[in-house]
Design a protein around this ligand. Structure first.
Ligand code: M6R
Length: 608
């Protein structure tokens, strides 16, 4: 949801900025722009659409300088256009500014500035900040920014340069991510760590409300009152390779194939001597004594992982569990107090709705945990403990390895808490542990088969207008996630129902032109789901069936059979979703879609 980068040092700033933006393009691709200082004023370049358009523009009209800021936009206020592209410039043309987030009170600030005669160049919420800072600027950009911040409401990561101070970039954040890269004789900033890895692995995660002052020789951090703060430098263990395509045509396909390793990483160290080990969370039977209920909050794919999580929690802990779309939770006045364990689930750790839902839960004294993929992001920093998924950077907008690792993390968490509460027997625990340990190899086997049936289905059905996905219990969320994947990257409409609901209405949609993807691995609801499939077949429906290897009844019923390895039903969503990810991928590529950057979307939704 908008990516921002900044640079001050001895290199050509544009090269560093473009490289950073390339690695942040997953955050938005409606337009891109840079602003560079070279001692002769502020030089700008902007282009609508993909970063490639900005690169072409810069080839035609190069800008040079060693200090600059860059932005890749996901439009919120104002259509994608050159005039709405960042960087925005102050009315005196001396200050350039980039922003990720939303300034919620921009209307009143704009009216005030217009009343003072300021002419606006864009339809964005961001532009007000450039003018406000310019109005109070008296030779010190940091001071001017600090003076304006109390007037802003909303979420922001902001970075700016001023031609009066050509060796300086200043930045701040509130509710949107910003990380500083510390170099030798040069310093950087970006929305996300992968944008920095080519230059440095030494990073500072800016805290909410802090200001950063970047010069060639150093970085200084300040509080809102400009008091100097100590800077905590982390050395990230992420590598540049992890953020490259590695020979795959798309990040999504690479990330699908990374799932065996990502699952192994997620499990690593969390099973000791054959037992679930959640020591890193510091949970004890004593801390859990107060918990009477579990509430899971998340958005999108992470929400579907939470729906599986609900079933895992109920099965292993026997605590009632509920799943909330984070954007609904916030406005539903949910019944939350200190007897509730709230688990926020997020790949990015920056999703605005999930973060706010977590803050609400904390304000009501809930015990809070998160399942998250990005180390040091806002959600883990806000809650009492985090189980990191360790999937590595997920760049494709469509979430894949984040999902399966979230499911594994839920199994560890629910099983581990169940054990602490004395509700999981040793035998049951051993079964779960063995199942978890077999998963990486099973997913690998599934991927190695290359799933010919999946490719055949993608080819056959790529031109239909609608798909139906059905599943039950543990695999109802699998069906929802499969339908989301297809919609998101192929733009084909897909409905999803719990199998038993079909006869209450959606069966009317079924005919020979509506393929149904049915998820029926071994488990308590398999037979029921196969009956639902019979009902569809009886009405001339075509069915692609995902079933456990060797299931003769499934083979007989299916128009296309996709077999997955046998496993306990609690873990079957991890295996069953893999062919659905591939089905969406191959359908989208056959339709020529831009799989890693689907239209209208962006990764890491840092606005409400
Ligand atoms: O980073 P998060 O897990 O919090 O993101 C939540 C959703 O925005 C995300 O899962 C989205 O639905 C994906 N694009 C789905 O593939």
């Amino acid at each position: 949801m908008c990516g921002i980068v900044g640079y001050v040092g001895g290199r050509e700033a544009v090269e560093v900025l473009l490289d950073g933006l390339r690695r942040l393009e997953y955050r938005g691709y409606d337009s891109a722009g840079v602003a560079v200082l070279n001692g002769q004023g502020l030089k700008l370049a902007k282009a609508v659409g993909r970063l490639a358009n900005l690169e072409a523009e810069l080839k035609q009209n190069p800008v040079h300088g060693n200090v600059g800021i860059g932005h890749t936009r996901w439009a919120t206020h104002g259509a994608p256009s050159v005039r709405n592209s960042h960087p925005h410039v102050s009315y005196d043309n001396r200050l350039g500014l980039i922003h990720n987030g939303i300034i919620e009170n921009y209307r009143e600030l704009k009216a005030e500035l217009q009343g003072q005669g300021v002419k606006f160049q864009s339809d964005t919420d961001t532009e007000v900040v450039a003018h406000l800072v310019a109005r109070v600027y008296q030779g010190d950009l940091l001071k001017a920014l600090a003076e304006v911040l109390p007037r802003l409401r909303g979420a922001y990561a902001l970075a700016m340069v001023h031609e009066g101070e050509p060796g300086r970039v200043v930045a701040t954040r509130m509710g949107s991510p910003l990380v500083i890269g510390v170099g030798e004789g040069e310093n950087f900033l970006a929305s996300d760590v992968p944008a920095l890895l080519k230059y440095t692995r030494r990073v500072i995660f800016l805290e909410e409300g802090q200001l950063a002052d970047l010069g060639r020789e150093g970085v200084r951090l300040h509080g809102p009152d400009l008091s100097l703060l100590p800077a905590k430098v982390h050395v990230t263990d992420l590598t540049l390779d992890a953020a490259e395509k590695d020979g795959f045509e798309h990040f999504m396909l690479k990330e699908i194939h990374e799932q065996p390793r990502a699952l192994a990483e997620t499990i690593r160290g969390r099973i000791t001597d054959g037992r679930l080990d959640l020591a890193e969370l510091g949970l004890t039977a004593e801390t859990l004594k107060r918990v009477r209920r579990v509430a899971l909050v998340a958005c999108g794919t992470s929400l579907y992982a939470s729906m599986v999580g609900k079933h895992l929690f109920e099965r292993f802990t026997r605590l009632p569990a509920e799943t909330w779309s984070a954007s609904e939770f916030r406005y539903a006045d949910p019944v939350i107090d200190d007897s509730v364990l709230v688990v926020a689930v997020s790949q990015s750790g920056e999703t605005a709705d999930t973060l706010e839902a977590l803050r609400l839960a904390k304000a009501r004294n809930a015990l809070s945990l998160s399942i998250c993929n990005v180390m040091g992001s806002s959600i883990p920093r806000t809650c009492d403990g985090t189980l990191y998924t360790r999937a590595g950077p997920e760049i494709g907008v469509a979430s894949t390895k984040a999902y399966t690792t979230q499911l594994a993390a839920f199994a560890l968490l629910a099983g581990g808490i169940g054990r602490l509460l004395g509700r999981v027997s040793e035998a049951r625990e051993a079964e779960l542990v063995q199942g978890l340990m077999r998963l990486p190899g099973q997913v690998k086997a599934l991927l190695d088969k290359d799933i010919v049936a999946v490719k055949r289905c993608a080819k056959k059905y790529k031109d239909v207008f609608n798909f139906m996905y059905i599943g039950r219990h543990f695999n109802h969320p699998t069906a929802m996630e499969g339908a989301l994947k297809l919609k998101e990257i192929s733009y084909i409409h897909a409905e999803c129902y719990a199998g038993g609901e079909m006869k209450h209405g959606p069966l009317a949609l079924v005919d020979a032109n509506l393929p149904t993807i049915a998820i029926a691995p071994r488990g308590g609801t398999r037979e029921k789901l196969l009956s639902n499939v019979q009902e569809i077949k009886a009405r001339s429906g075509v069915v692609v069936l995902v079933a456990t290897e060797g299931d003769a009844a499934a083979k007989e019923l299916a128009d296309y059979l996709i077999e997955i390895p046998d496993c306990a039903e609690e873990l079957s969503p991890i295996l069953a979703v893999v062919p659905l990810q591939l089905l969406a991928y191959y359908t989208a590529t056959q339709l020529g879609r831009d799989v890693d950057k689907p239209r209208n979307l962006a990764k890491s939704v840092t606005v409400e």
